[in-house]
Design a protein. Structure first.
Length: 402
């Protein structure tokens, strides 16, 4: 009983860290127009500043596996969470495009480091507690709820005419209080024998090259569609399906809620039906929602399609990360960093790609083509993984030897 209670505290602490990670940049997104106007930035200048997030995140994603040779995963979770939440109010102190870009780069670096650290902590905890159900999808549900919290709080602050500094300082205090609650009971995970040696011998780019192609394809497909729907669904429903701004905004919220729900129950679903089946279902549901929802003329139909895609996509990225860790058992941090890096690059690249193609083909057609291609890729990659795909519920393979 004591062991079960302690394990529950560990999961709750990890969930709070995932929640914090989702909430920080989601709090910033609704205030972008206000900061842009206050600094007098052009669209091009804002784009340069926003690139700071990627400029900080990608090196951090690639380098954190190496950093874990010297700093424990638990400590890295706490330090990167502290920096990520604590740096948020500095956005309000920016006075030009350079200072804004620097702050966003620092936030991006903290975010990338936290992404790898928290996922490694979750996978290590799951691997070291094989007697309890899987938690990795549920932890990602905490991230999705954090995104909802941040976006809703940002929208509320904007509607109340709250200052950017006051808003971000309030968010930072709330998140740092949650971190103070979570930090003492974060699990103390230990790498397997030889894991530090493997990490030392594996450069970030070699880690990506060592990632199984099928796992990388699933991660890229899932986050490509997630980024695409997050950034373009509001415009799709509001303009292309004439649903209006309110329904368009509601579509983004519905997608985020659906992601939270599917990730929160994803572990139980995977335990019941198996990882391979869930991935096939996800691909089929995504393809069906796109094919049906985007070929009809109703705004409500498009809204429903976006919601179904959220439900379908939820477990995909957590499963890709758990499978990568299972395939690279002596380099879990490297596997986590590699999946995060390729997935995040897809998440970043997807929305601009949609914009370029939509200029010629139209938004609806573009979303359908890219989304269907991603769903087909997920299905083919899952078939390639075959019977060896891991079951995150207990860390064992469903069949055969690798």
């Amino acid at each position: 009983m004591v062991k079960t209670s302690r394990s529950t505290y560990h999961v709750t602490s990890l969930w709070l860290v995932f929640f914090l990670n989702g909430a920080v940049l989601a709090s910033w997104a609704p205030r972008i127009p206000e900061v842009k106007a206050a600094l007098g930035l052009s669209d091009a200048a804002l784009g340069v500043a926003l690139f700071g997030v990627a400029a900080g995140s990608v090196p951090a994603l690639l380098g954190t596996g190496w950093l874990m040779r010297f700093v424990s995963v638990r400590r890295l979770c706490v330090i990167s969470s502290l920096l990520f939440a604590g740096l948020l109010p500095l956005i309000a102190a920016a006075r030009d495009v350079v200072s804004l870009g620097v702050v966003l780069m620092l936030l991006g670096a903290a975010s990338g480091c936290l992404d790898v650290a928290m996922n490694t902590a979750g996978i290590e905890f799951q691997r070291q507690t094989p007697d309890r159900p899987s938690v990795i999808s549920r932890l990602h549900g905490g991230y999705s709820l954090g995104v909802l919290f941040g976006a809703a709080g940002g929208t509320l602050a904007t509607n109340l005419d709250a200052g950017v500094l006051a808003h971000f300082a309030t968010v930072a205090v709330i998140l740092l209080v949650l971190l103070a609650v979570a930090a003492p009971t974060l699990p103390r995970t230990s790498p397997r024998a030889g894991e530090h040696t493997a990490a030392a011998a594996t450069s970030p780019l070699r880690g990506i090259a060592a990632l199984p192609l099928a796992v990388a394809a699933i991660a890229v497909s899932g986050l490509l569609v997630e980024g695409m729907v997050t950034d373009w669904s509001a415009l799709l429903v509001a303009r292309d399906f004439a649903g209006g701004v309110d329904l368009g905004s509601a579509a983004v919220v519905a997608f985020s809620v659906a992601m939270f729900v599917s990730r929160s129950f994803g572990d139980a679903v995977v335990a019941r039906f198996g990882a391979r089946t869930v991935l096939y279902w996800s691909a089929a549901a995504t393809a069906t929602a796109l094919a049906v929802g985007l070929t009809q003329s109703s705004a409500l139909g498009a809204f429903a399609a976006v919601s179904v895609i959220g439900l379908a996509l939820g477990p995909v990225f957590p499963l890709s990360m758990a499978t990568a860790a299972e395939r690279m058992p002596h380099a879990v941090a490297t596997a986590t960093a590699s999946v995060s890096a390729v997935g995040y690059l897809a998440y970043l690249a997807g929305p601009p790609l949609v914009g370029v193609v939509a200029e010629e083909a139209g938004l609806t057609t573009t979303l359908a083509i890219i989304g269907l291609a991603a769903a087909a890729t997920t299905a083919l990659a899952t078939r390639h993984l075959g019977a060896h795909v891991s079951h995150p519920a207990d860390g064992r393979r469903q069949g055969g030897q690798r």
